[in-house]
Design a protein around this ligand. Sequence first.
Ligand SMILES: C[S@@+](CC[C@H](N)C(=O)[O-])C[C@H]1O[C@@H](n2cnc3c(N)ncnc32)[C@H](O)[C@@H]1O
Ligand SMILES: O=c1cc(-c2ccc(O)cc2)oc2c(O)c(O)ccc12
Length: 350
Amino acid sequence: MDSNLLQAQAGLWNLTLGYLKSMSLKCALDLGIPNIIDNNGQPMTLSQLHSVLSLHPSKKSPLRRVMRLLTYFGFFIEKSSAGVGEEVYDLTTQSRLVTQKDKSTNMLALIRCLLDNTWVKPSQYIGDWFVQDEKEVPAVLAHGCTFWELASQEPKVNKMFNDAMVSGSCLLNDVIVKHGDDIFKGIKSLVDVGGGKGAMAELIAKSFSHVRCTVLDLPNVVGDCPNNGIVKFVSGDMFTYVPPADIVLLKWVLHDWNNEDCIRILRRCKEAIPSREAGGKVIVCEAVVGSTSAMISEEPQLLLDMLMLTLTEGGERDENQWKSMFIEAGFSSYKIINTTGFMSIIELYP
Ligand SMILES: C[S@@+](CC[C@H](N)C(=O)[O-])C[C@H]1O[C@@H](n2cnc3c(N)ncnc32)[C@H](O)[C@@H]1O
Ligand SMILES: O=c1cc(-c2ccc(O)cc2)oc2c(O)c(O)ccc12
């Protein structure tokens, strides 16, 4: 048999059934397996897991199959344990990302959100969306309204999304703080445009006390955020007005919007900052497709791009796409100052 053909067939199986990786992960999180192993303080056998979960005896073999798949993909590790007579399962670096006690380094809220039906359902409508003329995104076909409308109408979705954004930032936050001495040198003020509940701004304000931090976001996001003396919250629309500051931060905002809207947002941001000589700059934190740090493939960038396609009019862009947008918005130059995992930090100069 032609080995190319067999490889192609295996690849097709992977592509077809890949969603079951996500759903097996969802199952493990629904059951709370990573936390059960973490709380146990040592690796657990299948029998122990089955017993702690109080599952019906008939579910022991299916549980083994879920554990086998997640072990295959590196979420758990299976170790042989002398004396126990059964394999034991332990956490890996991957699963520890959802068990961290410190909320600011725990990705659980993001992962649970991305696996929730509100986020998953629109992906089933991509084909239908392609063949209709309306400009609406697949999420509108799935939910009858845009993702943003849904979040503003349903407090549960709004909370899930805002918590997800905080938890998704964990590793990037560290990098921003690490590079902060360079980024924030001589800077007095920063406005985080579309800054959500202010987690990033608060971290910057606490780490660099000479920087006064403001968050601009929509009323349904920051309306109930108390001015805590660390960060100032401003309700508003970034298409209309961005409060003046030395630095404007745009983290995971531009990937929500099409090119024309991004250019409008970037122009408002440019109006808000002083000249380059006076330290004015815009900092964009986004994926630059094709640019990742060592050993990290661009697969997560391509998958995030598809998520954006289902939920928003935006998407993940490569360096050429970013460059033309920055020029069109009136910036003189840009520098990719860091690429962490699959996300980059880009400085734009007026
Ligand atoms: C993907 S979230 C990113 C949140 C935050 N920057 C972070 O990294 O966690 C995009 C944010 O843009 C905000 N947003 C959307 N439209 C906006 C507008 N017209 N003016 C201000 N903020 C807006 C949303 O409410 C949301 O908080
Ligand atoms: O559901 C999401 C998730 C993101 C997201 C996930 C992971 C990252 O590293 C960055 C961003 O962004 C979203 C977004 O911008 C949006 O408008 C809706 C949903 C999501």
